[in-house]
Design a protein around this ligand. Structure first.
Ligand code: NI
Length: 392
């Protein structure tokens, strides 16, 4: 077979040719970060690039998202590939020449990398479209960091007619050139609650004449930990964290109310239901026992992200075809990501793309995060090869 028809070489050469432009676009987006549902400039860049590539697309999907479609040369399934575009409310401290120009906002989770990586894959796949059996839907999603953008795009039809979905995230724990996967549940369901405890205020010297919400809050903070230790199956991971506890003003006053905020992370649907039921029961029981009135607002944000072998297996095989043995099996994380809203509807897989730079120990959501930009071209190759092999 002549070299030009070898998909490995074709994809590698195409990604290499695109790389300088993609890095320039990434640096531009990096310098102009936009928070959740404000990604109008970024979406404008995406739309302009898709127009330049001759890829039909819609803007304003899920408020500030962009949805593109590449039609293959023959009929077949539809594969959605999703990138998120939003930045974080963090003051950048990298000192890079293309650092954020917006005070208090930064691409510290690498969604700038994701946006241009999908643009690169779009260019490669558009070029190879006659060889594809099926269709690629390009999902440029807003507002991942607030876990609302995926649901907003799905509400606007982004998952309609989609048979499989592929997500990806840069991963600084692995060097650029390595890729990772997790079988089954890989990221947690993220739910949250607001709890207001109302007692009756009074003089601290006469507690019998008051109802003390602070003592009730202290009991609750300790008791909700038993949800994890006493109510979950030991093989079902769960985290309950009270991240905020506010009440009272000074030494000698029993306050009227205490406000708590908490987050609940679980990897299994059964554990998710159980945790919510247990927290509701404990709040009700403890508050009744201590004469405190409780207002509990429990909000389910996103389901766990469960990788499906129907996408995971062909994706692993495709990455191996493209690069050799570069895939590592990783551990699940109790972090959350709203790509799970797609994975809840269609068989999906989220690929981890190594982005760690030599000599650095970077973390996501950190003011000094500097991913290795080589992960862009490598990510383009991986996404393109997975799509090509799944739509043969
Ligand atoms: Ni992220």
């Amino acid at each position: 077979m002549p070299l030009a028809n070898d998909p490995r070489t074709r994809i590698r050469d195409a990604a290499a040719a695109l790389e300088p432009r993609l890095i320039a676009l990434r640096r531009d987006i990096h310098a102009h970060p936009e928070l959740a549902f404000e990604e109008t400039r970024t979406a404008g860049i995406v739309a302009a690039e898709l127009a330049r590539l001759g890829i039909p697309h819609r803007t304003g999907v899920g408020r500030t998202g962009v949805l593109g479609v590449i039609e293959g040369g023959r009929p077949g399934p539809t594969l959605a590939i999703r990138a998120d575009m939003d930045a974080l409310p963090i003051q950048e401290e990298t000192g890079l020449p293309f650092a954020s120009t917006v005070p208090g906002k930064m691409h510290a989770c690498g969604h700038d990398i994701h946006t241009v990586t999908l643009l690169g894959a779009a260019a490669v796949l558009k070029e190879m479209a006659p060889q594809l059996a099926g269709r690629v839907v390009l999902v440029f999603q807003p507002a991942e960091e607030v876990l609302e953008g995926a649901a907003a795009m799905i509400a606007d039809g982004a998952a309609e007619g989609v048979d499989y979905a592929l997500g990806f995230h840069n991963h600084p724990d692995m060097p650029a050139g390595r890729f990772g996967y997790v079988r089954g549940a890989s990221l947690a369901a993220s739910d949250r609650f607001d709890l207001v405890l109302r007692g009756r205020s009074g003089h601290a010297a006469h507690p019998y004449a008051s109802v003390d919400p602070i003592v009730a809050a202290a009991h609750l903070v300790a008791q909700v930990q038993t949800v994890v230790s006493r109510e979950m199956k030991a093989i079902h991971p769960a985290v309950v964290t009270i991240g905020m506890l506010q009440g009272g003003t000074t030494y000698n006053i029993i306050p009227e109310r205490v406000h708590l905020k908490g987050t609940v992370r679980t990897l299994h649907a059964e554990a998710r239901d159980k945790a919510e039921a247990a927290i509701r029961r404990l709040v009700e029981g403890i508050c009744a026992g201590m004469r405190v009135a409780a207002e509990l607002a429990y909000q389910r944000k996103v389901p766990p992200l469960v990788n499906d072998d129907r996408v995971l297996e062909p994706a692993i095989a495709a990455v191996r075809e493209q690069f050799g043995e570069v895939m590592e099996e990783g551990e699940p994380s109790m972090g959350a990501e709203d790509f799970s809203a797609f994975a809840e509807r269609v068989p999906s897989f989220q690929l981890r793309v190594g982005s760690g730079a030599p000599g650095r120990e970077d973390r996501l959501h950190n003011a000094a995060y500097q991913p290795d930009e080589r992960c862009i071209g490598l990510g383009v190759q991986a996404l393109s090869r997975i799509a090509l092999d799944m739509l043969r």
